[in-house]
Design a protein around this ligand. Structure first.
Ligand code: SF4
Length: 184
C-alpha cells in the first residue's frame, strides 16, 4: 500500500489544465502527472491540434510527468456514442476508465480530470462515473467541483496563446455548436 498521496490528471486540453494546475499543485500530493487521452475528439485534425497545444505548454504546467495516448479507435467510439442512451456517459466512462487503469498500474493513489473545470459538462454524471472507475481500479477519484477556475483558465490560455476549441469534442457536439439552430 502506498502511503504517499499522488495524482494522475486526465487532461482534455491545454486551457482547462492551465486553470486548475496551480490549485492541484498547492494540495498535498507528492507526485502529479498528466495523461492526455481523448479519442472522442473529432475530426482527427482537431485531436492533433489539441494534443499539440498540450505538448507545447507541457513545461509551463510543471508536472512531474506526462503521458500521451495516441489511441483513436474512431469506429468503436462512434458506434459506442450512437448506441448509448447518453453519449456523454459513454464518453466519460471511456476516458475515466483508461485514466483510472493507468493510475492503478503506475501506483497513483488518486486520479482526476480537467473536465471538472467545465461549466458545460454534466458534472454530477462525471463524478458518478469517476467514482465508479476509481472503485473498479482501487484509485480514489478527486471529484472536487473546480468550475470556479474556469474564468482563470480563459485568462491564462489567452495570455499564452493556447488553442481553445469551440466545441466539446465529438462530431455531435460540433454539430450542436455550428449546425442549424432553426429546428429548435
Ligand atoms: S459532448 Fe463532449 S462529453 Fe459529450 S460525448 Fe461529445 S465529446 Fe464526449
Amino acid at each position: 500500500m502506498n502511503d504517499h498521496r499522488s495524482l494522475l490528471i486526465h487532461v482534455c486540453c491545454a486551457p482547462c489544465l492551465s486553470g486548475i494546475v496551480g490549485y492541484l499543485k498547492s494540495l498535498d500530493f507528492e507526485r502529479i502527472n498528466g495523461y492526455f487521452y481523448n479519442p472522442n475528439i473529432h475530426p482527427y485534425k482537431e485531436f492533433k491540434k489539441r494534443r499539440h497545444h498540450v505538448r507545447m505548454n507541457e513545461k509551463k504546467f510543471g508536472l512531474d510527468g506526462f503521458e500521451y495516448s495516441d489511441d483513436y479507435p474512431l469506429k468503436e467510439i462512434l458506434a459506442g456514442m450512437l448506441e448509448a442512451d447518453d453519449r456523454c456517459e459513454f464518453c466519460f466512462r471511456n476516458r475515466m476508465e483508461s485514466t483510472a487503469k493507468i493510475a492503478c498500474e503506475n501506483d497513483f493513489t488518486h486520479y482526476t480530470t480537467t473536465l471538472l473545470i467545465s461549466p458545460y459538462q454534466k458534472q454530477q454524471l462525471l463524478i458518478k462515473v469517476g467514482n465508479e472507475m476509481g472503485d473498479k481500479y482501487g484509485v480514489e477519484f478527486f471529484s472536487e467541483d473546480m468550475r470556479r477556475f474556469y474564468d482563470l483558465s480563459r485568462e491564462i490560455s489567452k495570455k499564452h496563446d493556447m488553442y481553445r476549441q469551440g466545441y466539446c469534442g465529438c462530431i455531435f457536439s460540433e454539430y450542436e455548436r455550428y449546425g442549424p439552430k432553426d429546428s429548435a
